[in-house]
Design a protein around this ligand. Structure first.
Ligand SMILES: [Zn+2]
Length: 111
């Protein structure tokens, strides 16, 4: 159905290699990819993720970047990727923040 969840945790060189290979696997099999964004230094993680996606054979519109929040949603949306939000009450994303993001950015391409 898809390749994933893949993506960075600590943004190491080994993760660079793995992510590029996993995106190639998705492209080779005509599958979309579900890509995790790190919970630490999230905006840098999103930017590094999108750089690797752009360098890959997988079109950006075949990628869903997950665990977005207020710091990453605009750049993710502007990239043409699908937008993933993981609602974890009391920790990463609560319902009220999620509704505010949907009001600000619209529901299009959001999961
Ligand atoms: Zn994840």
């Amino acid at each position: 159905m898809a390749v994933g969840e893949i993506g960075y945790d600590s943004m190491t060189p080994a993760e660079d290699t793995a992510l590029a290979a996993q995106l190639q696997l998705a492209a080779d099999h005509g599958l979309p990819a579900l890509v995790h964004t790190p919970h630490r230094d999230k905006l840098a993680g999103l930017r590094r993720t999108l750089d690797v996606v752009r360098e890959s054979a997988l079109p950006t519109d075949r990628v869903l970047v997950d665990h977005l929040n207020e710091t990453t949603v605009k750049e993710a949306k502007d990239s043409g990727a699908w937008l993933g939000f993981s609602v974890y009450p009391d920790t990463k994303m609560d319902e009220e923040r999620m509704v505010a993001l949907l009001r600000a950015y619209g529901p299009s391409r959001s999961w």
